[in-house]
Design a protein around this ligand. Structure first.
Ligand SMILES: Cc1ncc(COP(=O)(O)O)c(C=O)c1O
Length: 364
């Protein structure tokens, strides 16, 4: 069975090191915010090449805490895209802010720069959250130029882009803050929930650190309002096992993506596009066809399970429905996208199997 992601296969490939890391934590006596979290934070910030990492409970809260640290509050508007997971928007909602949806670029499926420019010209926005969807970063040089000129905070949603680069810099190091998820299927995944904020400035890092634990700077003394959103020692230890292999795992994803590109080239499909200066990490390998649902169903009995991320844009979902808002590119993308199995747990032969099944489907 070929799956869109296979966290069990990834666990098995690191099993001895992960078991040793778990044993080390179990016998350490530190289970929350101890030496493993501290070490992971400094290793991940060194890997990213800038800023301070603060481990938190999950990716949604990473976005929420970054928004709070940036001073976004009730009633503020936050611009993001509508073809993301609802988590991005629920983080905005948690603080009483309101999402403003920006149209996407039809080729790369990430935030469109002209669309953002139009929004910033007509709406007072406090923060922008570009989502580096499927492992392809948004146009960060362009977004930063627009947002700096408008005095708007930028929080990168890096839940799907660990290790991706734009203009030679890691995704996450462009904005004021970045939010990472370590959900088990992510390019850098834990074996449970986990997340991190990357703060570009020490004062911002300090605010996030206080926010994640009851507003404490010093134990038991709340200096500011806060909450509990901590990364635990077990997950941090597991992430430390995998981090040194992140680039190699991403390189493997790129090889598989290149194999798909070659083998699907002649079909009536839209294959993923890569913008100039971007080094994507293929969190998903996403093809587009108006026969998406039929193709997905045809592949299933052949043992090929594909994902649809995401089937309904947020402004068309019951919780956030806005019938007056039209985002044709986002709506079309959600109707057409299909995520093929593309992760380090599969082989080139698996890619061939999937490509052959897709060719057969279009030959009918
Ligand atoms: C783009 C995006 N943003 C935010 C999140 C939320 O992360 P988490 O599930 O760790 O809260 C996810 C994970 O599903 C995601 O893919």
């Amino acid at each position: 069975m070929l799956l869109p992601a296979d966290p069990k296969a990834e666990f098995l490939s690191f099993a001895p090191q992960i078991r040793a890391a778990i044993e080390r934590v179990l016998t350490s006596g530190h289970y929350i915010l101890g030496p493993e979290v501290e070490a992971f934070e400094s290793e991940f910030s060194r890997y990213l090449g800038g800023g301070q990492v603060i481990g938190v409970a999950n990716g949604t809260e990473a976005i929420e805490l970054a928004l709070r640290a940036a001073g976004v509050g009730p009633g503020d508007r936050v611009a993001t895209v509508a073809n993301t997971v609802t988590a991005t928007v629920s983080a905005i909602e948690q603080i009483g802010a309101r999402p403003v949806f920006v149209e996407i670029d039809p080729a790369t499926l990430v935030m469109s720069l002209p669309a953002l420019q139009a929004i910033l010209a007509g709406t007072v926005v406090k923060a922008v959250i570009p989502v580096h969807l499927y492992g392809h970063p948004a146009d960060m040089p362009g977004i930063m130029a627009l947002c700096r000129a408008a005095g708007v905070v930028v929080i990168e949603d890096c839940a799907q882009s660990h290790g991706a680069r734009v203009g030679g810099r890691h995704a996450g190091t462009w904005g004021d803050y970045a939010a990472f998820s370590f959900y088990p299927t992510k390019n850098l995944g834990a074996l449970g929930d986990g997340g991190a904020v990357l703060a570009s400035q020490p004062e911002g890092a300090d605010r996030v650190r206080r926010l994640r634990q009851y507003g404490w700077r010093q134990r038991y003394i709340a200096e500011s309002p806060g909450r509990n959103s901590r990364l635990d020692e077990l997950q941090a230890a597991i992430l430390r096992v995998k981090l040194p292999f992140l680039d190699a795992l991403n390189a493997r994803r790129r090889l598989l993506a290149a194999a798909y590109e070659e083998q699907l080239a002649s079909l009536p499909l839209r294959l993923p596009a890569t913008a100039a200066g971007v080094e994507p990490v293929y969190h998903q390998y996403v093809i587009r066809t108006d026969r998406r649902d039929a193709l997905r169903e045809a592949l299933l009995p052949q043992g090929i399970t594909c994902g649809v991320l995401y089937p309904v844009p947020i402004h068309r979902q019951p919780a956030y429905a806005d019938p007056d808002l039209s985002l044709p590119e986002s709506e079309r993308a959600c109707a057409e996208v299909l995520c093929l199995p593309c992760h380090p747990g599969i082989t080139e032969a698996d890619v061939e199997t999937v490509a052959r099944a897709i060719r057969t489907f279009f030959a009918r």
